[in-house]
Design a protein around this ligand. Structure first.
Ligand SMILES: NC(=O)c1ccc[n+]([C@@H]2O[C@H](COP(=O)([O-])OP(=O)(O)OC[C@H]3O[C@@H](n4cnc5c(N)ncnc54)[C@H](O)[C@@H]3O)[C@@H](O)[C@H]2O)c1
Length: 235
């Protein structure tokens, strides 16, 4: 498969470029980033539409910013190019609209706020635990360059728990140098607490999930939100 990486010069984009280059069945055909940002050895473009027309990718992988991602989705949607999206900060309403549009136009995308298998399991375990503990708070810790707060992972975890406990889950966001991406889901009952914690200590933690999503993109229908849908199913 021919892969174009959008946001290629960013922290995640560079890691994705490395992972795609090392994968035997994938070919990294180009990168897109804003003017002047380059990745050594990679053909770079400033404009996603121009890049798609030039290198004809099978999949666009997007790790850009909350401000850029939906414009990039429009570009891919118009050209019917499937996407794997890790960019966070897309609102619930927008996600819903994209799910509808994807279904109607048969356009495929896998969007995941967290591609680390441990984080997906943390969310699943938190959902299971919420059946027994109705008092819960989330603390998420990220590096100080992260643009959105709370994190997409915390919002998704909170939503999954809220479906069970039927009340809002407080989320606390810490932004400090030294962190990559970490989250604690703390449950409390009289006399006991239960903490489910996940730590991404390096961005390589996200790469197996990104590669899995790329390999499954032609098997999903429409827009899928959450890696759990491809991790725990037989597609
Ligand atoms: N899903 C996950 O598992 C996961 C994990 C980590 C980070 N993230 C998310 O990924 C996104 C990127 O994170 P990061 O730490 O790499 O950020 P970053 O700022 O290091 O990189 C983003 C890159 O996108 C580029 N960019 C911005 N607008 C663009 C546009 N219109 N077209 C092309 N490139 C553009 C920027 O120049 C930058 O190089 C964030 O939303 C972050 O929350 C997701």
């Amino acid at each position: 498969m021919r892969i174009l990486v959008s946001g290629a010069a960013g922290r995640m984009g560079q890691e994705v470029c490395k992972a795609v280059q090392q994968a035997q069945d994938l070919e990294l055909v180009g990168g897109v980033d804003i003017a002047g940002k380059t990745v050594p050895g990679l053909t770079m473009f400033k404009d996603l539409g121009e890049a798609i027309d030039a290198v004809s990718p099978d999949v666009v992988v997007d790790f850009t910013s909350p401000q850029a991602v939906e414009g990039n989705m429009e570009v891919c949607f118009a050209r019917k190019i499937p996407m794997v999206i890790g960019t966070t900060g897309i609102s619930d309403d927008s996600l819903q609209r994209w799910v509808e549009r994807g279904k109607q136009a048969n356009w495929r995308a896998i969007i995941a706020p967290n591609f680390a298998v441990g984080a997906v399991l943390m969310m699943e375990y938190a959902k299971q635990t919420a059946e027994f503990f109705s008092s819960v708070e989330i603390i998420e810790y990220h590096h100080d360059q992260k643009k959105d707060a709370p994190s997409g992972t915390a919002l998704k975890t909170g939503k999954m728990i809220e479906e069970i406990i039927k009340k809002p889950v407080p989320i606390h966001s810490v932004r400090l140098p030294g962190f990559v991406a970490h989250q604690e889901v703390i449950f409390g009952l009289p006399g006991q607490t239960l903490t489910i914690r996940h730590d991404s200590t390096h961005r390589e933690s996200f790469m197996p999930g990104v590669l899995l999503a790329i390999s499954k993109i032609n098997e999903v229908e429409g827009v899928v939100f959450g890696l759990e849908h491809i991790l725990f199913s037989n597609i």
